[in-house]
Design a protein around this ligand. Sequence first.
Ligand code: GDP
Ligand code: MN
Length: 397
Amino acid sequence: MNLHEYQSKEILSKYGVAIQRGIVANNVDEAVAAAEKLTADTGAQAWVVKAQIHAGGRGKGGGVKFSPNMDKLKENANNILGMQLVTPQTSAEGKKVHSVLIAEDVYYPGESETKEFYVSVLLDRAQGKNMIVYSTEGGMDIEHVAEVTPHLIHNEVVDPAVGLQGFQARKIAFNLGLEGTAFKEFVKFITSLYNAYVGIDASLFEINPVLKTSDNKIIAVDAKVSLDDNALFRHKDLAELRDKREEDPTDVEAGDAGLNFVKLDGNVACMVNGAGLAMATMDIIKLSGGNPANFLDVGGTADAQRVETAFNIILKDPNVKAILINIFGGIVRCDRVAQGVIDAYNSIGNIPVPLIVRLQGTNAEIAKKMIDDSGLNVHSAITLEEAANKVKEVLGA
Ligand code: GDP
Ligand code: MN
């Protein structure tokens, strides 16, 4: 699950990380009120209007606008709210902007220069450790930096059992070329950021840019968080921050129905109980000359309701030429699953592509007979080989 910039910054603030302060607004009136309140609270002389969508590169797409006065702020908020924002990280049609963050301008002139850094904390699955990735080349597109000047990106591996050590925080501040007040501020910044990352069970906490202001404060100007979905059960408050409007509607529907669904771009859909069997089924599809259109684990209870939701999700994809249902009946008996398939089929009415159903396990023979006798456009199979051959047959391969 991903969070918006304004939500990520609220978390940072709770953990004592200094941030560019801001107030979220859903319309122009709220934007004006937010700007006035910010100025009253922080003395901000100017503001930035920042589109809140789940994608980076908003600045490049025209979703981040500097606003030196109230007229400009109104104009920018009016233009950005409701726009279809296209960035290097969105699809070609972009994402609709439902809200903006009105933030204090932190690039004000002062005694020293401002400087932008890149800092992220993430899970390094290969090492089973956390990692801090950082660079002096912040603000711009970090992928570009990684490609053209990879030596400017540094890693610091953190053992989760001992946490971020003081010497590591100081090493990072030193490598970023900081000194004096800014050095000390950065050590505080990175320590609190690491605590935030661990505290909310994030898999990524990325700050780009981290800004050294002209008066040597270190603050988060942007913030991007990916939470570990498997840990959300112990963060009810964070789970509530989910913005379903930002997610693919099919993914939301599948998630709500308890289906583990990943869309792929092949021509044979599959519906399977168990993740391992789902992977094996995708292999079978490949071996039969097809390509998997999805990964779908319907879980332990493949009842008519779930099967029907799964059918509806699968059938949205115009590339699907056949559907392979592969269920191993253990505690769920095959005859119950067969009944679920038949009921779902009848309830949907007409499934326009051939259906191959392979049921193995408890009461498999009874289930096969039920499918064969149902009179529906369903091919039954018991062995994997039979199922694969049926897929080949219906694809005409
Ligand atoms: P992103 O484009 O989605 O990564 O959005 P960011 O929050 O990183 O903002 C993009 C860029 O806007 C930053 O790299 C800054 O250059 C600029 N920006 C952000 N906040 C301010 C601000 O307070 N004042 C000014 N002048 N520019 C800002
Ligand atoms: Mn950014």
